[in-house]
Structures are given as structure tokens and as C-alpha cells.
Design a protein around this ligand. Structure first.
Ligand SMILES: Cc1ncc(COP(=O)(O)O)c(C=O)c1O
Length: 377
């Protein structure tokens, strides 16, 4: 095993002195629950995203998705279309409501939900569609909204990867039915853990606000004005999913630093894309890194043994990943049908180190190890 200091990490949060200051501010204030920091973070996110949206912060991206599905009135007996190639969080968020996540195929070139496959899986029970911004990509989203309009479905976008991207000149989150972000430890911005639901639907936002605090009605409004809910009512199932001031203080700092983070992530992805263009053995996704702020960088090994390359990367102390094992291959979500593109992707994918603290030397090392492997014969 090589020294930890040599390790090229797959991903990591970029936190330091400014985040320490933010944490000190909350500790000095002496209130750690959901209060002024969360309120300020929600306002700053609303301004940043644009489009005059409702932003409700929660404790994870998974809970953002769960509450969004629940707020649409979706539950037992209902179905939600989800691309199989996603983190299990998307599927768990649907099944947490009692509804069934229906695994769908992905487009080979972009990994976005294959709209033709999704249409085939619509039944009278289908209530929503959950496109996933895999590797931060959202190319193809218009077709999803056309499908949703045709069948009167809600759209809950799993935008866990795509915070800070822009589409048609607008920030991701500025338009669309409901979007959910993740701010976990390695996302484009981090709160340690965290998430947000973004929508223009006031009724949905209201339901999410109440449900994040155990269903206690109007608890958010009270907390934000320094009061507590001693006399309250509960009419719906809620959860303890709210964001707290420690998380929000981290998030506010990260949001200020985000322009630098975005630039660095986009530069690395463009350099990888350019580097791999010379090798027909390796395929990269068709992603426009002028508009996308990448969370992951997947490559597909089209010729040669993927696992051999993975072993060589590990021998060289380069962390790498598999994003993701398709959910329809998991016992809980097993299907009777195949999804060939998602399965093929799973066999070929390796995700490469991508984070704002990746050095030029580390980047070169990753590229050199892979080019040496390609030229091995
Ligand atoms: C596609 C996708 N959806 C949802 C989530 C869940 O986010 P969180 O980890 O904040 O719960 C993740 C997290 O990695 C994700 O990658």
C-alpha cells in the first residue's frame, strides 16, 4: 500500500480557513439548529439561481427528492420513471413514499434518460418522471418536459450533480417543475451534507417546508422569526430532514467560492476531454463544459479490459470509481427486462479523479498511466 500523501483522490470537498470562520460564527452565536443561517442560505441560493424560485434547504439530496415526490401527492400504487443509471438515492427516494421507481434506459451518448424508452413504460399509475443530471449533464431535458406534458406527469429533476450549470443562459434550477440539489461532502458545493428543493409551485414548497420539520405546520416561518411552535398542528407525515445552521454556514461560504470551483472543474473536464479525443479506445460523454459544471468525469473503455486499467490505476495510487451500478440490477429494484445501454455503460465505465484540489501533476499522472496502458501492446 502506497503512502496516503501520494494518493490521487477521486473526489474531495474543498474546505479550509473560510469554512472554519463560518463554523466559528455559528458556534459563537450559540444556536446550532435551523435559524438565521439557513434563512440566509435559502435567500442567497434563490438570488444565485434566479427565476424568482422557492428554495427549501434540507439535510441531504436524498431527502430533497423524497420530500419532492411526497409533496406531489405520490405514494402507494403510483409509479415514477427513473433512469436506471443513477445513484440508488433516486430510487430509494421514490420507494420511501411507497411508490414504485420504474427503471428506464439511458441515451448512449449523453447518459440522459432515454425518452422513447420512458414513454414505453408509462401506465395509468405513472405520476412523475425523474430525469437525472448524470455527470451534471442536462442535454435532453426539453424532450422530458414534452413527454410530461403529453401524459400530464410531474417532473422532479435529480440535479444532485449539476449545481451551478447553465442552460439556455439560465442557471440550472431557474426553470423547471421541481429540481433537487445535493450538497454532500463531495458535490459542486458542500454543506458537509445537505440538499435543496427548488420550484415555483408554492403549494409544493409549502409542503416540503412543513414536512422537513416533522410536519409541524408553519414551523419554518416561526423559526425564521425567532419563535418556537409550542401550539401547533400536524396533518401530514413529516420527517426530521431540515438543514441546520452549521450546514448552512458552510454552504454560504462555498457559494461565495463557487465561481473559482466551477472554473477549476470545467478546466479539468475540458482537459480530460481533449486528452482522450486522441484515443479511439476511450469514449467520453458528449457534454458541453462551457455550461456544465462537472461533478464526475466518466470514461468508457471501448477496447481492452476495463478492470485491467482499473487495477493499474490502483497500483499507481489513483482512486477511481464506478458511477453507477444500474438500479435494475439490484435485488430491491430488479426488473424482468434488460436495459442494454445502462448495462453496457456499467461494464465499461471508470470515473476519474475530478475535484478542485487536483493538481496539474496529479492530472498528468492520471493521463500518463492511461496512455501507457493504451500503448501497452
Ligand atoms: C444522482 C444522485 N442523486 C441523489 C443523490 C443523493 O444526494 P445525497 O448524498 O445528498 O443524499 C446523489 C448523491 O450522490 C446522487 O449522485
Amino acid at each position: 500500500m502506497s503512502k496516503t500523501s501520494d494518493l490521487v483522490r477521486l473526489s474531495r470537498g474543498d474546505v479550509g480557513a473560510l469554512e472554519l470562520e463560518a463554523l466559528a460564527r455559528v458556534i459563537e452565536a450559540g444556536y446550532l439548529g435551523m435559524s438565521v443561517e439557513v434563512q440566509a442560505f435559502e435567500k442567497e441560493l434563490t438570488d444565485y439561481i434566479g427565476g424568482n424560485r422557492e428554495v427549501v434547504c434540507v439535510n441531504t439530496g436524498t431527502s430533497a427528492l423524497h420530500l419532492a415526490v411526497q409533496a406531489c401527492g405520490i405514494g402507494i400504487g403510483d409509479e415514477v420513471l427513473v433512469p436506471s443509471l443513477t445513484f440508488v438515492a433516486s430510487f430509494q427516494a421514490v420507494s420511501a413514499t411507497g411508490a414504485k421507481p420504474v427503471a428506464c434506459e439511458i441515451d448512449r451518448d449523453t447518459c440522459f434518460l432515454d425518452v422513447r424508452d420512458a414513454e414505453k413504460r408509462i401506465t395509468s399509475r405513472t405520476k412523475a418522471i425523474m430525469p437525472v443530471h448524470y455527470a451534471s449533464n442536462f442535454e435532453g431535458i426539453e424532450k422530458i418536459y414534452e413527454l410530461a406534458a403529453k401524459y400530464n406527469l410531474r417532473v422532479i429533476e435529480d440535479a444532485a450533480h449539476s449545481f451551478g450549470g447553465t442552460h439556455n443562459g439560465k442557471r440550472i434550477g431557474a426553470v423547471g417543475d421541481i429540481l433537487c440539489f445535493s450538497f454532500d461532502g463531495i458535490k459542486n458545493i458542500t454543506c458537509g451534507e445537505g440538499g435543496a428543493v427548488v420550484t415555483s409551485d408554492q403549494a409544493v414548497a409549502e409542503k416540503v417546508r412543513d414536512a422537513r420539520l416533522l410536519g409541524v405546520e408553519k414551523d419554518t416561518e416561526k423559526r425564521f422569526s425567532g419563535q418556537r411552535s409550542w401550539d401547533f398542528d400536524v396533518t401530514e407525515q413529516g420527517w426530521r430532514y431540515h438543514m441546520n445552521d452549521i450546514m448552512a454556514a458552510l454552504g454560504r461560504t462555498q457559494l461565495k467560492r463557487f465561481p473559482d470551483f466551477a472554473k477549476k472543474r470545467q478546466e479539468i473536464a475540458k482537459r480530460y476531454q481533449q486528452f482522450f479525443a486522441q484515443y479511439p479506445e476511450i469514449r467520453t460523454l458528449k457534454i458541453d463544459y462551457d455550461n456544465v459544471v462537472p461533478h464526475l468525469f466518466p470514461i468508457l473503455i471501448e477496447k481492452g479490459c476495463r478492470d485491467e486499467l482499473r487495477d493499474i490505476l490502483e497500483e499507481n495510487n489513483i482512486q477511481n470509481g464506478t458511477h453507477y451500478k444500474p438500479n435494475h440490477l439490484l435485488t430491491k429494484y430488479k426488473t424482468e427486462y434488460d436495459l442494454p445501454c445502462a448495462e453496457d455503460f456499467y461494464k465499461k465505465v471508470i470515473t476519474l479523479p475530478l475535484h478542485t484540489l487536483l493538481t496539474d501533476d496529479q492530472f498528468e499522472k492520471v493521463c500518463n498511466v492511461i496512455s501507457k496502458w493504451i500503448g501497452r501492446d
